[in-house]
Design a protein around this ligand. Structure first.
Ligand code: FE
Length: 211
């Protein structure tokens, strides 16, 4: 089996937002799809490591904003590289960058081209992620900018990793190919999860060029 086949599947990128006790949170997902048309059905898969996941489990509502190619790395940093358990992702987010939908949850208006309000009608436990099967209750087009694909993010938005290798002490450096987080040590543990973007060991690359 060649795991690299997984990299050939194309994805969009989205900000998934949810709210509980008056506090909003959001995370980046690449797994929103229209799964059926009659009735209209959207599924999203959200990592259990995300605080947003727990809020959706509890409240059964969320919004999905479709990221456009206008997005900069800052949007991904804000929603993808921090946890809502210990930060308020909306605290210093300009009020012009989001709006409240009818369900009371923010959707992102900065560098997005559409949003959906979703009501969860069913869930499936997939191990690392929960699949939320949802009915859209609201949807709007926000701009004509093209949608940002995962491929576009990797090629155009994600900062290029520096040429790094072994540390002065001779340890190997592993770099998260998703967010650039660096980990030092000979071999990553099999159950390693990136502390920044929550991606698994498979998304880490070994750098062998000396610093
Ligand atoms: Fe990462």
């Amino acid at each position: 089996m060649n795991d690299k086949a997984m990299h050939k599947i194309s994805y969009g990128l989205f900000v998934c937002t949810a709210a509980k006790d008056g506090k909003a949170n959001g995370c980046i997902i690449n797994t929103a799809i229209q799964a059926a048309s009659v009735p209209n059905c959207i599924t999203i898969a959200v990592s259990k490591a995300n605080y947003t996941h727990d809020i959706i489990m509890e409240t059964k509502v969320c919004n999905v904003s479709v990221i456009s190619t206008n997005a900069g790395f800052d949007l991904f940093k804000r929603f993808g590289f921090a946890s809502g358990r210990d930060t308020d992702k909306f605290a210093d987010f300009p009020e012009t960058s989001y709006r409240l939908a009818e369900n009371g949850i923010p959707y992102i208006t900065e560098s997005t081209n559409a949003y959906f309000s979703l009501k969860v009608i069913s869930t499936a436990d997939l191990g690392s992620h929960t699949l939320f099967i949802c009915e859209p209750t609201e949807m709007e087009v926000l701009s004509d900018a093209p949608s940002c694909t995962y491929e576009h993010y990797l090629k155009e938005i994600k900062p290029k990793p520096q040429a790094v290798g072994k540390t002065k002490e001779g340890k190997t450096i592993w770099v998260c190919s998703i967010c650039g987080y660096e980990w030092e040590g000979d071999e990553l543990p099999d159950d390693f999860i990136c502390p920044v973007c929550k991606h698994p060991k498979a998304d880490f690359e070994k750098y062998t060029v000396n610093r």
